[in-house]
Design a protein around this ligand. Structure first.
Ligand code: 6PG
Length: 465
C-alpha cells in the first residue's frame, strides 16, 4: 500500500490492538507501530499475520517509517502503559514530528502528567490530547467511551476518527465528546475509575451479605433481576455472570484468592479529593478495602482472634437490600461528580456534567441506567441533592440502609462503602455537627481561632482556655 494513512496507533498491547481494529473497521487508512525488542519481538508480526490482509492497515517496527507513513498533520494515538514509559515514548516521538502534528495519549495517565506533557509538546509545536478511554478490551474493539482533553482546535482535528470508533448512547450520539483543556480528560477518566472502584466494592459487600445465607446461583439471580430495571448497569450484569461461572463442579469464584489488586487510579482519585477538599469517603473506603484484602497472610493469622459468632436473627430482606444499594449508588455518584465539579472550578475547566454523564451512558465500565438519568437531571441541577428524583430515593432509602448496616454488624460483614454512603448522607443533612468541638480543641492547643454562631462569618476569635 503506497497511500499515506490518516491515523496512527503506537502500541499494540491488548487495548492498542483492539482500538486499531476498531479504527480499521471504520475504513480509515491506519498505520500501527510496535517496537520489536524487549520481549516484544513478535508483537507486530503476530498482529499483522492475523490482520495484515486488511487493505487499509500498515504495520511498522521502525518508528521513522511509521511516522512517514501518516499524512500531515499526523494524528497518532499512543496506547501504552501509563507512567514513565509515556515520557520515554514522547522523547522519541517529539523530535520526529512536525509542527501541528497531534499526539493523543489514550492510556490511564495521571492528569498532572498530562498537563506537563501537553506543555512539553506545545513548546515543540506539537499538539497533545490526553484522552481517557474506558470499556476494557471489548469496549476498545466495539466502541469505548472516550474523554478527550486538550484544546478545542486539536480535538476538532481528531474528532471524526474518535467519534466514529466510540460507543453510541441511547439516541445514537457518540460517547465521545470534548471534555476541556489540558489534563481534564484524564482527570474525569480517573474519577470514572474511582466511581468504578466503589460500584465494584458495593457489589462485593452485597455479595458478602447475601453469601451468609444464599448460594452463588441465588445471588446471581438477584443481580440478574435487578439488572432489568432502574438499577441496571454493566457491572451488575458481569457480576451475575461471574457468580454463575463454574470450573467443573466448582464455582470459579470460590477458587479465586481474596486479594484485590489495583493499578492506582482509585487512589489517585482519592488523593485528588483530599487535595481539593472533597469528602469522597466512598472512594477512599473502596481503595482501603482493596488494600486490607491484600493483607491475606495477616488476616489469616489474626482470624484466630475471634470466634466470629454471628448473630443470625432473621433472613436478609432483599427488598431492603435493593433500596440500600440504590441509596449507596446515588451517594457514590454524588461524591464522584462533586469531585469533578470542584476540579472544574479550581482549574477553570468549565466541564459539562450532563454531557459527561451522557458519554458514560455507554461504552464504559460504569455505564448504567442511572447515568442516562443523570444526563437528564444535570441539565436542570448541578447537585444530586438538589434533584428531587434523587432525594426522593435517598429519603426513602435511609430506613433501608440503616437496617442493612445493622444486619452487617450482626453478621460481622464489613460494609466499607455502604456505611460511608450512609454517614455522608447523615452528615450532609445535619445542621449541627460536633465540629464546634474540633474548632475549640484546635484553638486550645494551637490558637487556630474559631468563628462564632453569634458573630459574622468573617470574624475569627481566640480564647485563652
Ligand atoms: C476502564 C477500566 C480500565 C481498567 C482499570 C482497572 O475504564 O476500561 O477502568 O481503565 O480496567 O484501570 O483498574 P484497577 O486495575 O486499578 O482495578
Amino acid at each position: 500500500m503506497n497511500n499515506k494513512s490518516v491515523f496512527g496507533v503506537f502500541g499494540l498491547g491488548v487495548m492498542g490492538s483492539s482500538i486499531s481494529l476498531n479504527i480499521a473497521d471504520k475504513g480509515y487508512a491506519l498505520s500501527v507501530y510496535n517496537r520489536a525488542e524487549g520481549g516484544e519481538e513478535n508483537v507486530l508480526k503476530n498482529f499483522m499475520e492475523t490482520n495484515g490482509h486488511r487493505e487499509n492497515l500498515q504495520g511498522f517496527t521502525d518508528l521513522m517509517a511509521f511516522i512517514e507513513s501518516i499524512e500531515r498533520p499526523r494524528k497518532i494515538l499512543i496506547m501504552i502503559k501509563a507512567g514513565p514509559t509515556v515520557d520515554l515514548v514522547l522523547n522519541k516521538l517529539l523530535p520526529l514530528l512536525s509542527m501541528g502534528d497531534i499526539i493523543i495519549d489514550g492510556g490511564n495517565s495521571h492528569y498532572l502528567n498530562t498537563k506537563r506533557r501537553f506543555e512539553l509538546a506545545q513548546a515543540q509545536g506539537v499538539e497533545f490530547i490526553g484522552a481517557g478511554v474506558s470499556g476494557g478490551e471489548e469496549g476498545a474493539r466495539r466502541g469505548p467511551s472516550i474523554m478527550p482533553g486538550g484544546t478545542k482546535e486539536s480535538y476538532a482535528k481528531v474528532s471524526e476518527v474518535l467519534e466514529s470508533i466510540s460507543a453510541k448512547d441511547d439516541f445514537g450520539k457518540t460517547c465521545c465528546a470534548y471534555i476541556g483543556p489540558e489534563g481534564s480528560g484524564h482527570f474525569i477518566k480517573m474519577v470514572h475509575n474511582g466511581i468504578e472502584y466503589v460500584e465494584m466494592q458495593l457489589l462485593a459487600e452485597l455479595y458478602a451479605l447475601m453469601s451468609v445465607e444464599m448460594t452463588h446461583k441465588e445471588i446471581a439471580d438477584v443481580f440478574k433481576a435487578w439488572n432489568q430495571g432502574e438499577l441496571s448497569s454493566y457491572l451488575i450484569g458481569i457480576t451475575a455472570e461471574i457468580l454463575n461461572k463454574k470450573e467443573g463442579e466448582t464455582y470459579l469464584l470460590d477458587l479465586i484468592l481474596d486479594k484485590a489488586g489495583n493499578k492506582g487510579t482509585g487512589s489517585w482519585s482519592s488523593k485528588a479529593a483530599f487535595d481539593l477538599g472533597i469528602p469522597n469517603t466512598m472512594m477512599s473506603g473502596a481503595v482501603f478495602a482493596r488494600y486490607i484484602s491484600s493483607f491475606k497472610e495477616s488476616r489469616e493469622k489474626f482470624s484466630n482472634l475471634t470466634s466470629a459468632i454471628k448473630d443470625k436473627k432473621e433472613p436478609l430482606n432483599l427488598s431492603l437490600l435493593k433500596e440500600a444499594y440504590q441509596f449507596a449508588r446515588l451517594i457514590n455518584h454524588q461524591q464522584g461528580f462533586k469531585l469533578m465539579q470542584m476540579a472544574s472550578e479550581s482549574y477553570e475547566w468549565n466541564l459539562n456534567f450532563s454531557e459527561i454523564a451522557r458519554i458514560w451512558s455507554n461504552g464504559c465500565i460504569i455505564k448504567s441506567q442511572l447515568m442516562n438519568d443523570l444526563h437528564d437531571y444535570f441539565k436542570k441541577e448541578n447537585d444530586l441533592f438538589d434533584m428531587t428524583e434523587v432525594t426522593k430515593v435517598l429519603i426513602k432509602g435511609e430506613g433501608a440502609i440503616t437496617q442493612i448496616l445493622t444486619c452487617g454488624l450482626n453478621q460481622r460483614v464489613s460494609l466499607h462503602c455502604l456505611s460511608a454512603s450512609y454517614y455522608y448522607w447523615v452528615d450532609m443533612t445535619t445542621k449541627n455537627l460536633p465540629a464546634n468541638l474540633i474548632q475549640a480543641q484546635r484553638d486550645f492547643f494551637g490558637a487556630h481561632t474559631y468563628q462564632r454562631v453569634d458573630k459574622l462569618p468573617e470574624e475569627y476569635f481566640h480564647t485563652k482556655w
